[in-house]
Design a protein around this ligand. Structure first.
Ligand code: ASP
Ligand code: MG
Length: 404
């Protein structure tokens, strides 16, 4: 059976007009004789609205009821899509996760799909039906409705593609695909035709908001190709796939930049085992997310400087925690707001020498000072003054020829 999973995000089903449009898209695949599994998110804004309602009822809303409430948004959009498909003469019905069932395990609000029963859906497909399945929800072994985390309907689609062995998994959204860098920040940003899971994971973790990192990881682990495209414009989108499928000779796939980062430096920290752990333990306990960390080798064998970055909103809290920490001694604490982390990402750098040099040189030519550097196998990040972010994006975009 040639199954195609079509997933529609909240903005794509955000109004009655848009739902009618989505049904036209579904129809176009139906004409090509594919067996279709449609997955939908709630209409945009609905899930947020439900959360607000829950807060007004009680600040102690039980997780079980919270999941019943939040999953209701998808019930509405799925029934509207199915009914519109019926309206144009196609056989279709909505499926809530307990009706299939889609089994999850783990905590409410954040459950994980562990298996999907195929029989009923396969039977329905064979009868010529188009199942419209509610994303974001599942049912657990206690027969309670669960949800799988905000933005989770992408994961629903990916898991459906996996369990049904779908030929394609297409994620329809409100952007045309994944870009070499944020098109809102750089006009020249270009849509990427193909990108590897690993690169996409880095891009998403660093702020490209097309899909959340967890669902990309699900796709990677299950080797599901994902096509991301716009439901508003008829244009090819971006294919997210395994490295082997990528022929492009580009070294760098994309560039990302962060906003609202701050830098903390502890000057003159004792250079002995356990000090770094002592510094970061209370921070993690207080949910301060530490990003880049650098520690210099100490010149005199006794003291060193330690620098790390956090989100600006955590700056006050971090300062308090560190000053209250009796376990660590240092001479001075330096705090700096308005820094930005700019990263170049690409699997090509594994096999290409000189990428680091080219990045640094391109920034140097523009007189941009690098404050902190961190690297992974497929990513180089630098911390710079926030004022220089745009300049750095332009310089790096040119250096690695991302606009061609
Ligand atoms: N409607 C859910 C949410 O807003 C799931 C999704 O959109 O993927 O989180
Ligand atoms: Mg969404």
């Amino acid at each position: 059976m040639k199954i195609v999973v079509l997933k529609f995000g909240g903005t794509s089903v955000g109004s009655i007009e848009r739902i009618k449009n989505v049904v036209k898209i579904i129809h176009s695949y139906h004409k090509k004789k594919y067996k279709l599994i449609v997955v939908s998110s709630a209409m945009s804004g609905v899930t947020n609205d439900l959360i607000k309602k829950s807060k007004k009822i009680s600040n102690n809303f039980s997780p079980e009821e919270y999941d019943v409430l939040l999953s209701s948004g998808e019930q509405v959009s799925c029934s509207l899509i199915a009914a519109r498909l019926n309206h144009i003469g196609l056989k279709s019905r909505s499926w809530l996760s307990w009706q299939i069932p889609i089994l999850t395990k783990g905590l409410h609000k954040n459950a994980k799909i562990i298996s999907i029963y195929k029989n009923r859906i396969i039977k329905y497909l064979k009868e010529g039906g188009i199942p419209v399945i509610a994303g974001f929800q599942g049912v657990n072994l206690n027969n309670r409705v669960t949800t799988i985390g905000r933005g989770g309907s992408d994961s629903s689609a990916i898991m459906l593609a996996k369990f049904f062995g779908a030929k394609r998994c297409i994620i329809y959204t409100d952007v045309e695909g994944v870009y070499t860098t944020d098109p809102n920040k750089l006009k020249n940003a270009k849509k990427i035709k193909v990108i590897s899971y690993e690169e996409m994971l880095e891009m998403a973790s660093l702020g490209a908001k097309v899909m959340q990192p967890i669902s990309i990881q699900d796709a990677r682990l299950n080797r599901i190709n994902i096509e991301v495209k716009s439901s508003f414009k008829k244009k090819t989108g971006t294919l997210i796939t395994k490295r082997k499928n990528i022929l492009s000779s580009k070294i760098i796939a994309g560039i990302s930049s962060t906003q609202n980062d701050a830098k903390v430096t502890l000057v003159g920290v004792k250079d002995k085992p356990g000090v770094a752990a002592m510094i970061f333990k209370p921070l993690s306990k207080n949910l301060v997310n530490v990003d880049m960390v650098v520690q210099n080798i100490s010149a005199n064998g006794k003291e060193t400087d330690l620098t790390f970055t956090i989100k600006t909103e955590d700056l006050g809290k971090t300062k308090k925690i560190i000053n209250a920490n009796k376990n660590i001694k240092f001479r001075k604490i330096l705090l700096k707001k308005d820094v930005s982390k700019v990263s170049i990402i690409g699997v090509g750098m594994i096999s290409t020498p000189g990428v680091t040099f080219r990045m640094f040189q391109a920034l140097a030519k523009k007189n941009i000072n690098i404050q902190v550097i961190s690297t992974s196998e497929i990513k180089i990040s630098v911390l710079i003054d926030k004022r220089n972010t745009k300049k750095a994006l332009v310089a790096l975009h040119n250096e690695f020829k991302l606009e061609d």
